[in-house]
Ligand binder design. Structure first.
Ligand code: COA
Length: 330
C-alpha cells in the first residue's frame, strides 16, 4: 500500500555477537567444506551469540545507536515494534524486555513474528501506528538468535544462519525529500511445511519425543524455498516500485534479504537491477533473518552507497511463506 502518512527513517543501529564462526570452524564439526558453502551460498562466516547473550540486550545496543543518530531519547519512543522469531522467552514478548532495558515505560511493545521479512512487516505496523495518530516516534527492530533454533547436526541448515540485531527509528515527517514511499506485504500460508519448526510450540510442546526427533529445530526444503524466494521477491520489488510511482531505473541501491548470494543475484536479474546497485554482505553474516536488512543498510551507509536522497529498494522473503518490499527515499 502506498505510504499514507509522512514517515521517515531517522536513525539506524546494529549489534552482532562478538563470536565469529567461519566455514573452517564448521568443517571441524560437519561433513561439509568451505568450497561447498561458498559456492552454494556465498557465506564465509557468521556471528553466533553466547548462551548468556540475550536477544533483548542485542536489541538495546542497536536501539541506543539508532536513537543517538536520530537525536531521540528513550522517553520519546511511543512504541517498540520488534520483528523476531527467536524471542528470549515464549512469554512475555522480547519487546517488553527491550522497553525495560531502554527505560521507555511509555512505549507500547509488540513482537511481530513474520520470519525473515519481520523488519519490513514491523515497518508497516509502525507506519500504521503513526498514520492512526497512536505514535509519532517508533523504534523498529529486526533481531534474531537463529543459532538457537538451528540443528547444528544438519549440514544443510547449520551453515546458513547467523545472529544479530538491527534497529531503526521511524518518525512522522512533513519532509518530502526523505520518507518511506511504499511498503508491500504478502504471504502464502499454504506453504508452511517447506520451512518450519515442527516441535516445541503449543501443538507439540517440548517432550522427550520432540528432543529425540530434534523437531525443536528448523526443517527446510532448501530447493523449494530457493525457487519461491526468487519469484516472490522479484514480484514484491515490482509491486513496491509501482506503488511508489518509480521504475527499476530510479533505484540507487537494492538491499535484499541476505539469505544466499545465488538468491540475491537471481532476484536482482529478474528485477532488472545490475549487481553494482545491489548490497551484499551475506558473506560476513550469513542469514540473520529479520536482522539482515538493517545490518546491510548500516554497512551500505558506512560505505557511502546510501546517501541522503538515495532511492532504496529493499525486499525480503521467509518462512510462512511471507514476503515484503519497501521503497524509501533515504
Ligand atoms: N555441505 C556439503 N554438502 C551439502 C551440504 C553442506 N553443507 N548441505 C547439503 N549438501 C548436499 C546434499 O546432501 C545433497 O547431496 P546429494 O546430492 O548427495 O543428496 C547436495 O549437497 C545438494 O543438495 P541441495 O539441497 O539440492 O543443494 P542446493 O544447491 O539446493 O543448496 C541450499 C542447498 C540450502 C544452500 C539452497 O537450497 C538454499 O540456499 N536454499 C534456500 C535456503 C534459504 O535461504 N532459506 C531461508 C530463506 S529466508
Amino acid at each position: 500500500m502506498n505510504s499514507p502518512a509522512g514517515v521517515a527513517l531517522t536513525g539506524l543501529g546494529v549489534a552482532v555477537p562478538t563470536k565469529v564462526i567461519t566455514n573452517a570452524d564448521l568443517e571441524r564439526t560437519l561433513d561439509t567444506s568451505n568450497d561447498w558453502i561458498v559456492s552454494r551460498t556465498g557465506i564465509r562466516e557468521r556471528h553466533w551469540a553466547a548462551p548468556d547473550e540475550s536477544l533483548a540486550s542485542l536489541c538495546a545496543v542497536a536501539a541506543r545507536q539508532a536513537m543517538d543518530q536520530a537525536g531521540v531519547t528513550a522517553t520519546e519512543l511511543d512504541a517498540i515494534i520488534l520483528g523476531t522469531v527467536t524471542p528470549d522467552h515464549r512469554l512475555p514478548s522480547t519487546s517488553c524486555e527491550v522497553q525495560a532495558l531502554l527505560g521507555a515505560p511509555q512505549a507500547i511493545p509488540l513482537d511481530v513474528a513474520a520470519a525473515c521479512p519481520g523488519w519490513i512487516y514491523s515497518l508497516a505496523v509502525a507506519e500504521g501506528f503513526i498514520a492512526a495518530g497512536r505514535a509519532k516516534t517508533v523504534l523498529v527492530l529486526g533481531a534474531e538468535k537463529l543459532s538457537t533454533i538451528t540443528d547444528m547436526e544438519d549440514r544443510s541448515t547449520a551453515i546458513l544462519f547467523g545472529d544479530g540485531a538491527g534497529a531503526t527509528i521511524m518518525q512522522r515527517t512533513e519532509r518530502t525529500d526523505r520518507r518511506i514511499l511504499s511498503i508491500v506485504l504478502g504471504a502464502d500460508g499454504t506453504l508452511i511445511d517447506l520451512l518450519l519448526i515442527p516441535g516445541g510450540g503449543s501443538l507439540h510442546p517440548m517432550s522427550p519425543e520432540v528432543i529425540e526427533e530434534r523437531s525443536q529445530f528448523m526443517k527446510m526444503k532448501g530447493r523449494e524455498v530457493f525457487k519461491a524466494a526468487v519469484v516472490a521477491m522479484a514480484n514484491a520489488c515490482s509491486e513496491a516500485l509501482a506503488e511508489a510511482g518509480l521504475t527499476k531505473d530510479d533505484v540507487d541501491l537494492l538491499v535484499p534479504h541476505q539469505a544466499n548470494i545465488r538468491i540475491i543475484e537471481a532476484t536482482a536479474k529478474r528485477t532488472g537491477i545490475s549487481m553494482d546497485r545491489v548490497m551484499v554482505n551475506v558473506d560476513r553474516f550469513g542469514n540473520t533473518s529479520s536482522a539482515s536488512i538493517p545490518i546491510a543498510l548500516d554497512q551500505a551507509v558506512a560505505e557511502g552507497r546510501l546517501r541522503p536522497g538515495s532511492v532504496l529498494l529493499t525486499v525480503s522473503f521467509g518462512a510462512g511463506f511471507t514476503w515484503g518490499a519497501a521503497v524509501i527515499r533515504w
